[in-house]
Design a binder for this molecule. Structure first.
Ligand code: CTP
Ligand code: MG
Length: 228
């Protein structure tokens, strides 16, 4: 089933502390953003890749993707000051029935997860990638434990998040009108009382956020090279 994908790439990468957009950092000698684009470029069901970027990064992004096989599918759109605004700008350039949102900083997503998300979004309206929480979770009042939270039924949420396009568009418009800022797309859909399905993903679908994530990224790539 065909879909389009919005890839937010308009962040500053502050927590990575590299002094530039972390998507330009090279892992295994290639910029992170190219690794993220690989899977969508190779997927014939992906009709269009909407890359939301900051104007200051535009020439660097254009140079980097110039020889990438996904180049023909990519449309650049300027992002906003918050991730949610970047995604909304991307949505205005989107068409088709199913839209995915996938962080530029999450390069290890698998094709298998994408196709399950697309199918579930088609069937139920909204579906998100997630893994079961594996740490013990406690709630604290500053440094004093208040309670241990029951872990069963808790999920760590990732991207991609997949939606029927009108559902995500309505959710964003309503959030904008009500000045609600969520940390993911699904939370905007949940507020409208609509169902969001969970698709179990992989623990290695990490987001590169802080410097140590780069070691994990090298290890994941080395492992995949050995398997492949
Ligand atoms: N993003 C975006 N527009 C923003 C903020 C973030 O498109 N205004 C993108 C980032 O480029 C990234 C994804 O959203 O691919 C997830 O965000 P995050 O991991 O927080 O990246 P940054 O915002 O770049 O990092 P930081 O929060 O540490 O500054
Ligand atoms: Mg951020």
């Amino acid at each position: 089933m065909d879909y389009q994908v919005i890839i937010p790439a308009a962040g500053a990468g502050k927590r990575m502390g590299a002094g530039r957009n972390k998507l330009f950092i090279e892992v295994d000698s290639r910029p992170v953003i190219l690794q993220t684009l690989d899977v969508f470029a190779a997927d014939d069901n992906c009709e269009k890749i909407i890359l939301t970027i900051q104007p200051n990064d535009e020439s660097q992004f254009r140079d980097i993707v110039a020889s990438h096989p996904g180049k023909e599918k990519i449309e650049f759109v300027y992002g906003g000051d918050e991730r949610q605004y970047s995604v909304y700008n991307g949505l205005k350039a989107a068409g088709g029935r199913i839209i995915l949102v996938h962080d530029g900083a999450r390069p290890f997503i698998r094709r298998h997860t994408i196709s399950r998300l697309v199918q579930a979004a088609h069937d139920h309206g909204a579906a998100i990638a997630a893994v079961p929480v594996k740490d013990t979770i406690k709630r604290a009042d500053r440094d004093k434990v208040v309670e241990t939270v029951d872990r069963s039924g808790l999920w760590q949420i990732q991207t991609p998040q997949a939606f029927r396009l009108p559902i995500l568009m309505n959710a964003h418009e309503q959030a904008k009108e009500q000045q609600y800022l969520g940390t993911d797309e699904a939370s905007l859909v949940e507020r409208m009382g609509l169902p969001v399905m969970i698709i179990e993903s992989d623990y290695d679908n990490i987001k590169l956020t802080t410097p140590e994530d780069l070691y994990f990224a090298e290890a994941i790539l080395a492992k995949r090279r050995n398997l492949g």
